[in-house]
Design a protein around this ligand. Structure first.
Ligand code: FE
Length: 183
């Protein structure tokens, strides 16, 4: 494991154990730690940076022994994008290589209606946060149609075990899903 990543995991482990359920603190201090990690693109193993022509790839980089957080690399082939989805736990997204666009949505609990809100373009070194308390529904798109982009995600659980939702863009209807890991 690269020293840079090792230091990040040690700092995140300390932060999550100290902060407990203090989500604002985790998001604030975690964003700084993740920002520092993704400011340098010299530590991610090639096997965790491999794109797939058909599907965006999610490689598990670290899972806390108590499932308190997990770290995943997202590898986007040109033009790839997620469905509209939620997380149900806090999440931090740090851009490592090239760029992605995150389109946020507000969803009416009763009707399911989705309304597009802000759109952000993440450039290398920048970090975005999601969670049920600050806004949890978005769609993420590789900003490039001619190159691979990579972002590093940190979630407040083992995200590979979390039951969450994808939403039909036309009706807002929710469908349960659990994301897997490519490795
Ligand atoms: Fe997401």
């Amino acid at each position: 494991m690269h020293k840079r990543f090792e230091d990040f995991i040690a700092a995140m482990t300390q932060l999550t154990s100290e902060a407990g359920r203090n989500e604002p603190r985790i998001l604030d201090e975690g964003a700084k730690l993740l920002g520092e990690l993704v400011r340098h693109d010299d530590w991610l193993d090639a096997r965790h940076a491999a794109p797939h022509p058909q599907f965006y790839q999610q490689y598990l980089l670290h899972r806390a022994p108590d499932d308190s957080f997990s770290v995943v690399s997202f590898v986007w082939s040109p033009g790839q994008k997620t469905p509209i989805h939620d997380h149900t736990v806090w999440g931090l997204i740090g851009m490592l290589r090239n760029a992605e666009i995150s389109q946020s949505f507000e969803r009416d609990e009763n009707t399911g209606t989705l309304t597009a809100t802000e759109q952000v373009r993440l450039e290398p070194g920048s970090v975005e946060a999601v969670s049920p308390t600050i806004g949890d529904v978005h769609q993420v798109i590789n900003a490039f149609d001619d190159r691979v982009s990579i972002s590093i995600h940190v979630y407040g659980a083992d995200i590979g075990k979390v039951r969450r939702h994808v939403f039909d863009p036309a009706t807002g209807a929710a469908k349960e899903f659990v994301s897997g890991y490519a490795n």
